[in-house]
Design a binder for this molecule. Structure first.
Ligand code: NOJ
Ligand code: CA
Length: 513
């Protein structure tokens, strides 16, 4: 059963290095997040997910953690982060940190000990080492020739990210330890210790990086990895019963019963989710919310979503993000009007919505060279655009010193530029989130049913006493609609109900009671 506070939660994801720089060194900082809490609140967001802000050599932008319990100096100090927890809580905002349990940086002291010539030591089995100095381990990615220790080690993502050892579901070689080996259990306890540390200082939970990646040679249902998360959840239930875990897994049917409160629908290999906002897998761009999509089909999304929704209703939530730091921004494919309809849909669905910083003003994806292991993702990680003028209000430092360049376009969207226009994307986001907070039926646990998902018709869905419809196309569309309608709570474009027929004008959205 997911935590109660998630029922009305709307998250704002902050990439700390790019949000707001308060000391002019060109890198966003914790103080910058504190400064902007009122802004976050003004959007209607009441929870944060902050990407890793821990000590790191930053070869994967902080997902290569060197010290789990220390804030990276470039962002500030631990005290700054504790102060952020307090300031956020005072405004009714919860804070999730990013937990990276699958791997550390190769510079983490655990790994240095594990890789040293001095064997055995307490960290010998903290990582996964083969028994050969030169060759590998079949199908797992390994690095040889880097360590003093005579062996090769398994990595989880980049070369700089050795995989922590949670054991193998069914070991096939002597160097593959079973899940109940004491050294492997010690890894799990070490990760619980990290969680206790931050929860004890006031954080509200974690977004969990690569949550599916713990146990190697796991089976199709991830039984080994799920068993570990159930164990973690037992600890949390006993010690921090309000703590929330959000998985980066994209298998809510597995992750939620294993103890996660929510799981992102994103990063799925078949891009069911991408079909909504950024269809990059098919030869023709059929992004659902694109006005001119030649063959849009919401069922590319629903085919998977509805299956998962049915399987997890009451167990936990499916989290729908506008995008994240690993994907193209939605503005890559959608213009401001299309974004308004896309967000209208995302923010009126069950589960927990996540808004990536800057998507509320339609920040663009920029073509940039890679930074800190970002590769194509770098273009979605540029500084937040607050206002016209120097560095678009991100930093008072020199433009050359910025973590990444700000959008150079003369019409780069900014918060300030959209504040005064009631129909701006920014104010549309605010209006939609306000409606969500006002109507319990629109929130995470409110009922949900699809009424019409046929091609060539408006998409119509019911949330309790409310009927919602969206027509992303450039043409007028209609469908039958049973039952009485008394009022429209929210409308974009034209929508009309007459004699059992719902007519939706081009690019329209409506919430009816
Ligand atoms: C997923 C994170 O979101 C991504 O940014 C990171 O590079 C990998 N996991 C590795 O930790
Ligand atoms: Ca700074």
């Amino acid at each position: 059963m997911a935590k109660k506070w998630l029922g009305d939660a709307v998250f704002y994801e902050i990439y700390p290095q790019s949000f707001r720089d308060t000391n002019g060194d060109g890198i966003g900082d914790i103080e910058g997040i504190v400064e902007k809490l009122d802004y976050v609140k003004s959007l209607g967001c009441n929870a944060l997910w902050i990407n890793p802000c821990f000590d790191s050599p930053f070869r994967d932008a902080g997902y290569d953690v060197r010290d789990y319990k220390k804030v990276a100096a470039r962002y500030g100090t631990n005290e700054d982060l504790y102060r952020l927890f307090d300031a956020a809580h005072a405004k009714g905002i919860r804070v999730l940190l990013d937990l990276v349990p699958g791997h550390t940086s190769e510079e983490h002291p655990w790994f240095r000990a594990s890789a040293s010539a001095d064997q055995p030591n307490p960290y010998t089995n903290r990582y996964i080492w083969t028994d050969q100095w030169y060759a590998g381990c079949g199908d797992l990615p390994y690095i040889a020739g880097e360590a003093e220790r005579s062996g090769s080690y398994i990595i989880n993502f980049f070369k700089c990210q050795p995989a922590l050892n949670y054991g193998f579901l069914e070991p096939r070689q002597p160097w593959q330890l079973p899940m109940d080996h004491p050294d492997v259990l010690a890894t799990r306890e070490a990760m619980k210790d990290v969680m206790r540390f931050w929860l004890g200082h006031g954080c509200d939970g974690f977004r969990v990086d690569m949550a599916a990646s713990l146990v190697k040679y796991d089976d199709g249902n991830k039984s080994g990895t799920c068993a570990i998360w159930r164990d973690v959840r037992r600890m949390l239930d006993a010690e921090f019963p309000e703590a929330v875990l959000v998985a980066e897994w994209c298998r809510p049917d597995l992750s939620l019963p294993a103890g996660f409160d929510a799981d992102f629908m994103l990063n799925d290999p078949h891009s069911h989710y991408s079909a909504l906002l950024r269809d990059y897998n098919s030869p023709v761009d059929n992004t659902y919310f694109r006005k001119d999509a030649p063959d849009r089909d919401i069922n590319r999304f629903f085919d998977v979503y509805l299956k998962w929704y049915a399987a997890t209703k009451g167990v936990g939530h499916i989290a729908l993000p506008t995008c994240n730091h690993d994907t193209l921004r939605p503005a890559y494919r959608l213009d401001a009007e299309e974004l308004k309809l896309a967000y209208a849909f995302l923010f009126t669905m069950p589960g927990v919505p996540f808004l990536y910083y800057g998507d509320e003003i339609g920040m663009r994806y920029l073509e940039l060279p890679t930074k800190e292991g970002g590769y194509f993702r770098t273009g979605s990680r540029t500084p937040m655009q607050w206002k016209a003028g120097k560095n678009l209000g991100f930093s008072e430092g020199d433009a050359d010193a910025l973590y990444l360049p700000v959008d150079p376009a003369s019409d780069a969207p900014t918060v300030e530029g959209q504040e005064g226009d009631p129909d701006s994307l920014l104010n549309t986001v605010r209006a939609l989130l306000k409606l969500r907070h006002a109507e319990a039926d629109l929130q995470a646990d409110g009922p949900f049913e699809v009424l019409c998902a046929e091609k060539g018709r408006p998409l119509v869905y019911r949330r309790g006493s409310l009927t919602l419809a969206v027509n992303p196309s450039g043409e007028k569309l209609f469908t039958d609609l049973e039952g009485e309608v008394s009022e429209a709570l929210y409308m974009r474009g034209m929508a009309d109900v007459n004699a059992g027929r719902l007519v939706m004008g081009p690019q329209s959205f409506v919430v009816l009671r």
